[in-house]
Design a protein around this ligand. Structure first.
Ligand code: FAD
Ligand code: NA
Length: 388
């Protein structure tokens, strides 16, 4: 099939966006390689075989954005449903709506509050600790929302997420803890939101459909890099520390474990996500995937639930959320310098969540890939500009 003009390592949203643009806008031949046996990176979804219910193998993915360019771009590949995300939390035998809003506050304190009354109550309770003086995550959270709401909705959930008591976690782990003084419990505030009508994998497959794009699965870059044609520009969306043989050390990540079960009932929890805020429940949340697509004709006597557990990643685990300690940030500085040299000397660009060690929502990964295409890849091919 001839030599590619561009190699893309990783078929997640970042890699596929770069590949799609280079193939369709510049008529370049693109080779996409992925170590997994499927396309799509962490957004990959598949039908659970017994029920046909679409599940997201690497954790539930909700698409939302306020970036008009990204919204127009993604609508070339899929239509979106009218799904609006909402999250609930079980604490001490009651079910509450999140993010903490007027309904949560009225229910938790057992009486009606006007917005002004609720605001005054939370301000008074948050007054216990000065935010600037907070020495750990617990003190910071109390300084923002007060002790009662912290103890109900944040303390044990955070402890389960980090396997660490919040008094031992740095205050910077939380920047803000928004409280809404309205009954609005829509999870996202973005202008555009929805789920792909035919699922994520159909969307991702469509992005790679152009004949200029060849996707090679079950292929690890580190096993084939010596066989790839020298000098071909490469966009690398795998882990940046691994690319540089961990010479500045390993970057820290949190991972998730998923426990999936088909239940012989039509509806387990009446909604797509339930958080578990009690300490004695070992999982953090339960996803029930049928509720992401109420418009579909799923079986009415079976449902799929996935319990989610959170922990620090060890080598071999899927890296999901960057931990970003001061040590991680120092290592990342070194890797960024190495990446700059690699771009200048070997035409390798680093992108995506693993290539930049950044949590990126899908719309951010796509937006940042479109920018890399505009600012680096197009000028390289059109004007012979250097890649760095
Ligand atoms: P990835 O999707 O991770 O793709 C990277 C690809 O590179 C992978 O396919 C990997 O196999 C491949 N690769 C790595 N190393 C190599 C190698 N050596 N050789 C070949 N291939 C390699 N975003 C939202 O907008 N909404 C959500 O609700 C949401 N929920 C999320 C839930 C979880 C649990 C997680 C972890 C993320 C969530 N995201 C969500 C973020 C979303 O997953 C990312 O935005 C998206 O995955 C970023 O795409 P990417 O291409 O940068 O990375
Ligand atoms: Na999610």
């Amino acid at each position: 099939t001839g030599s590619p003009d561009l190699v893309v390592v990783g078929s997640g949203f970042f890699g596929l966006t770069v590949a799609e643009r280079a193939a369709t806008q510049l008529d370049k031949r693109v080779l996409v390689i992925d170590r997994r046996d499927h396309i799509g990176g962490n957004a990959y979804s598949e039908p659970e075989p017994e029920t046909g219910i679409e599940i997201h193998r690497y954790g539930a993915h909700l698409f939302h954005t306020s970036n008009k360019r990204v919204w127009e771009y993604v609508n070339q590949f899929t239509e979106f449903t009218k799904y609006q995300h909402r999250v609930f939390s079980i604490y001490d035998g009651q079910t509450y709506s999140l993010p903490i809003n007027l309904s949560t506050i009225c229910q938790y304190f057992g009486k009606s509050f006007s917005p002004a009354e609720a605001r005054a109550l939370v301000a008074e309770q948050a007054g216990e600790i000065d935010t600037a003086a907070a020495a750990n995550l617990e003190e910071k959270a109390i300084s923002l929302i007060g002790r009662p709401l912290y103890e109900a909705f944040i303390r044990a959930y955070t402890k389960k997420q980090w396997q660490t008591d919040p008094t031992e976690l740095p205050a910077e782990v939380i920047a803000r803890l928004p409280v809404r003084y309205t009954f609005d419990n829509r999870y996202f505030n973005d202008d555009f939101e929805g789920l792909p009508v035919n699922g994520y994998t159909a969307w991702l497959t469509k992005m790679a459909e152009h004949p200029n794009i060849e996707v090679r699965l079950s292929t690890d870059f580190f096993d084939v890099r010596d066989e790839l044609p020298a000098d071909v520009p490469t966009v690398f969306t795998g882990p940046i520390d691994k690319y540089f043989d961990y010479q500045a050390g390993e970057l820290g990540w949190r991972t998730l474990d998923f426990e999936q079960e088909v239940l012989p009932i039509g509806d387990f929890q009446g909604t797509s996500v339930m958080n578990y805020a009690d300490e004695d429940v070992p999982y953090t949340r339960v996803h029930e995937f049928r509720h992401f697509h109420p418009e579909r004709a799923y079986p009415t006597d079976k449902t799929v639930v996935v319990r989610e557990y959170s922990r620090f990643a060890e080598s071999g685990d899927e890296p999901y959320y960057p931990i970003n300690t001061p040590e991680d940030r120092a290592k990342l500085e070194t890797y960024r310098d190495l990446a700059k040299k690699e771009a200048a000397e070997k035409r390798v660009l680093f992108g995506g969540r693993l290539g930049t060690y950044k949590y990126l929502d899908m719309h951010m990964a796509i937006g940042s890939a479109l920018s890399m295409f505009d600012n680096r890849i197009r000028p390289f091919f059109d004007q012979g500009a250097s890649l760095d």
